[in-house]
Design a protein around this ligand. Structure first.
Ligand SMILES: Cc1cc2nc3c(=O)[nH]c(=O)nc-3n(C[C@H](O)[C@H](O)[C@H](O)COP(=O)(O)OP(=O)(O)OC[C@H]3O[C@@H](n4cnc5c(N)ncnc54)[C@H](O)[C@@H]3O)c2cc1C
Length: 417
């Protein structure tokens, strides 16, 4: 299906002629077989489908979602992008994703509103300052722009921040990462969906996978609420529901699902350019292009599939935000929400093949998987097309847990999504 090209000229033409825009993608009947079935229509499933089609010419692909595209974490996250991780494997991987994000609007012909803002991770103790220095050195060794700055620099970058010593947790310094920023999350989902569909990928919403067929150690297809599909390759990109989907194929994952909450204020004039994270205070904040402040925290302290917001979260959040920026005291929260996070023990993802032939996983994205969507899609597509695991994700295999080769990304991924 050819897609309409979005451009200033097209906008003018449509405005003058008054014709409605064609649908960004259309629905299809479920085919009895596909070359590749992807379970999960979030950024990971959609990006994988897009790069399969664009980079490898594999277009007989179905993306199945039990709800609507982007209805999982991909439409609920706070859209923070950065590559200032702690392990060299993580830094290289997320940096490739940032590179893809920078060119994504042009690549997809869809304005994803990528905005490079700079990213500050505050240190309120000697121990966290030490971790920041460690991260800065690992980042620099991989060519990623990060440096440790002092409280005066923090005040200069964010004048509204209370950098005095009167507070309970004074700011001792911060890791400053200029390439970090934000993006419009649903635009990214819609952009990938539209671009994948225009290359022949079928997007099936309201289509829940209820069973996965396995015969002689190989995947044979999936059973869905709309019928059966035969497929030699099935990819689990179901994030918060990843273990439920993996169980259907008899694959056990070291993943637990936790809710993560976020909240947004009424819009105000732009005053906060930088993304701010405080691990000690369990809070982070950024300002959208529309002027709202977006707040987040660490995951709820219990495993659950619930996506309800809680008053405890809002109370804790408000207290912590005001310790950082007391001048926000009069701002009103507009709404709060929650999503599900598939947490691994080492805060790094699980990507690649499993013991069931043809059944691949792209899971364990925890609180940090939105920024990884483009590179995860690119590398998962390459894994399928070549039958080999790309070097960039070779450390993220499921076998690392049995082999005791965990990665240790917690110091850079617990609150700072
Ligand atoms: C509040 C919050 C804030 C966050 N902030 C950030 C951030 O700032 N930066 C960042 O990088 N990351 C962030 N994240 C994490 C990020 O949102 C996720 O890691 C990422 O969106 C995962 O994408 P995905 O495509 O793997 O999964 P999802 O977007 O969750 O998609 C999985 C899909 O699978 C579908 N599904 C599940 N089971 C089945 C089934 N049986 N059959 C068919 N379909 C099924 C679901 O309906 C869902 O749509 C945040 C998450 C939350 C909740």
């Amino acid at each position: 299906m050819a897609k309409a090209r979005y451009s200033g000229l097209a906008l003018l033409r449509h405005g003058l002629v008054g014709h409605p825009w064609p649908a960004a993608w259309r629905s299809h009947e479920l085919k009895p077989s596909y070359d590749v079935v992807i379970v999960g229509g979030g950024i990971h499933g959609l990006a994988t489908a897009y790069y399969l089609a664009r980079n490898h010419g594999i277009t007989d692909v179905a993306v199945l979602d039990k709800g609507y595209l982007g209805g999982g974490g991909s439409g609920r996250n706070t859209a923070i992008l950065r590559s200032n991780y702690l392990t060299p494997e993580g830094v290289r991987f997320y940096d490739r994703s940032l590179e893809l994000y920078r060119g994504l609007a042009a690549d997809l012909n869809f304005n994803v509103m990528f905005s490079r803002r700079g990213h500050l991770t505050l240190a309120h103790s000697d121990a966290s300052l030490r971790t920041m220095r460690w991260r800065a050195e690992v980042n620099k060794a991989s060519g990623v722009d990060s440096e440790v700055v002092g409280p005066d620099d923090v005040k200069q970058i964010v004048p509204h921040m209370d950098t005095s010593e009167r507070v309970r947790y004074p700011i001792l310094g911060a890791l400053y990462h200029p390439p970090g920023g934000i993006v419009r999350h649903d635009a990214v989902v819609w952009g990938y969906a539209r671009a994948a569909a225009s290359r022949g990928v079928h997007l099936h919403q309201d289509t829940e996978v209820t069973a996965i067929g396995v015969s002689a150690g190989r995947v044979t297809g999936v059973r869905t609420t709309r019928g059966d599909i035969a497929a030699p390759v099935v990819i689990n990109a179901a994030a918060g529901w990843a273990t439920l989907v993996a169980d259907m194929a008899g694959v056990r994952l070291p993943v637990q699902t936790f809710p993560l909450q976020a909240a947004v204020t009424e819009p105000v004039k732009p005053f906060l350019r930088t993304v701010i994270v405080s691990g000690t205070l369990h809070v982070y904040v950024s300002q959208t292009a529309r002027g709202e402040l977006v707040f987040g925290a660490s995951v709820d302290p219990f495993a659950s599939y619930s996506t309800r917001g809680s008053l405890e979260f809002t109370e804790g959040l408000a207290g912590h935000v005001l310790q950082l920026m007391p001048s926000l005291a009069k701002m009103r929260l507009l709404r709060q929400w929650a999503g599900l996070c598939d947490m691994t023990p080492d805060f790094a993802p699980i990507m690649g093949p499993t013991d069931v032939g043809g059944f691949l996983v792209d899971v364990g994205w925890g609180t940090y998987g939105f920024k990884a969507g483009p590179v995860a899609g690119e590398t998962m597509a390459e894994s399928v097309a070549t039958g080999r695991t790309p070097q960039l994700i070779s450390s993220f295999g499921l076998e690392r847990f049995a082999q005791g080769r965990l990665l240790g990304e917690k110091g850079a991924a617990a609150v700072g999504h």
